[in-house]
Structure formats: structure tokens, C-alpha cells
Design a protein around this ligand. Sequence first.
Ligand code: GLY
Length: 358
Amino acid sequence: MKPFFTRRDFLKTTAAAGAGSALLPFVSRGKSIPISSPRYTKGLVVASANGLRAAQKAMKIIQSGSDALDGVIAGVNILEDDPNDMTIGLGGLPNADGVVELDASVMHGPTHRAGAVGALQNIKNPSIVARYVMERTDHVLLVGEGALKFAKMHGFKEENLLTEKARKMWVKWKESLSDQDDYLPPHSIEEKDVGGDWRGVMHTYGTINCLGIDLHGGISGVTTTSGMAYKVPGRVGDSPIIGAGLFVDNEVGAAGSTGRGEANLLNCSSAMVVEYMRQGKSPTEACVMACQRIVDHNKERRLQDNRGRPNFDVKFYALNKNGAYGSASIWSAGAKFVVHDGIKNELHDASSLYKSEE
Ligand code: GLY
């Protein structure tokens, strides 16, 4: 199968980062990539396609001299607070019981610390709670009731996150059960017609990932989501799992993801993207390789189309410490990402493995 991806895509998405300056061979105790250009002096923000407002806000904070983590969290808070975004924070689509459960992670490159929350109810900014986990506990991940108790201990106010619009959509889904829920009967990996329609309108995986480099060369990232709509209660996706939905290494770069979280959980994909960059791959190349790994490991027939390709999508976003950036997805539909290079904030085309039939 020929990938829907060309070398020209690499050049396009890495151009702004001084693609002309050749990278030195990989050295440095196997830990870091060499610096091929001066560290970014205007800051850099890369985000998923829904992240234009987030990137604008993050860049403003970064350009004021603040840490990239302050910027990217403030950026995604805009979407967490927005009741009209039905995939993140307030107004996110609920689980199968009609309860909104949020997942988020943050990672701070300069200190190599991270925090995360999974299946958090009633608190609209899981990304801020994730930062509290990082800074005010000895742990990395809190989930469910414990995460809520911890948030309340730090003064977060509980509120009903289920908007009327989301409640009505949930009722509609509930009334059209049951081949569209996420429970599966016993089945073999050869069976095709098992469970729900993963590419259909009933399942959404909206999420925001936002990565940034600050004026001091510090790299940080955040991923926040209400997860898969109508999921099994208690389901935690890739977003709060460090290495799956987000990974940062200040000596290399950062990567994050949106799309079917289960695929990232099975492949530790964001850490993989960073490791490919450590080996000298460009951010775009690294993202494409992570997509390919998911395709190679996707063995269940129910998760394949009639040509054996995934019947779901996963998208990756990455930047390296030299200020190069890139993005790739399995399918071409909606393959875009946001880049704020310190001057312009705009959507860019991402690479993809397969052309969607639109
Ligand atoms: N990637 C978001 C999720 O699967 O929950």
C-alpha cells in the first residue's frame, strides 16, 4: 500500500525551522539531538487543528517571558471553559451513563516532571488539576474519585459539566442503542462486525494537544479531553497517560496526539515520536512513523476497513528543540495542525498515510 505522503510534505512542514541547516549526526550520549540552529528566540507553539485560540494565548504568555507550561495550559483553558466545544472540559460529551469524565496531562521539559488526571468529574479544567498533581504530590496520575477529592482539596469548585446540548445528544445515542456502544461480546480478532461504528458519527475523539517552546528553550506540553463520547464509564484514554497522549524531553522535543486513544495506549506513541526525533528524524517523519506503527499493529478485523486499513484515525503533533515542527495522521481528512511561530498563527497541512474518500 502506497502511503499518501511525500518527501515534499517533510520539507513543507519543516521549512520554517531552518530546514536548510543540515543536522549533525546523532551524538551526545544517546540522550539529545544536536542543535542545528540557534534556539528559538520568538517562542514556538504547535497545537491540534482546534487550537488556534489556544496557540494565540500560549504565545502571548510565552512572549512575555513566562514558562511554556504557563502558556500552553492557559491556551487550552480557553477550550476547557467553552461550553460549545463538545470534546473538552465544560460541555464535553458524556460517558454511557450521561456523566462527563475528563482526562488531561501536562509535562514540563526543563524539570522532566509530569502530572495527569483521568476520569475526573465535575471540574472543568483538568489540565490545571494535572499541574497540581505534578507540583503538589509525589505522584504523576490521579484518577476518578481520588482526583476529584484532590482537586477539591486545592479549592477547585465542582460544577455540572453536562450542558443541555450534550445531554440531548447523549439521550439520542442512548435511545439508539445497542450496536453503537462500546461493550463487546466475546469475539475473535478475525471477526469484522463486532461492536460499534468507530468511524461513524456516534463516536468522537475530540481533544486538544498544545506544545510550546519558551524564550529560554524550555519545552512543555498539555493534552486535555472529555475522551471518547459515550465511553464505558471509567474508561481512560491516552490523553492522561504520559508517553501515549503526550511526551516531552527537553533535550529532544515534544509530541502529543488526538484521535483513537486506545491505539496510542497500545503503542506508547507520543514517546515513540520523541524517540524517533532523538534518532534524528524530523518531527514530520517521526509522526508518520508513529502512524505507520499503529497501522502495523492494528490486527483486529473489527478495526479495519475492507482493505485492512484502520477504520479510525490518530493524529500526531511534534516539535523539536531546534524549532522544527510537524504533524501526521493516518487519514487525510482534517489533517491540519496549528503553528504559531512567534509572528504568524495559522493552520498548516499535515502529512497522512492514506487519502480519505470524502
Ligand atoms: N485521544 C483522546 C481519547 O481517546 O480519549
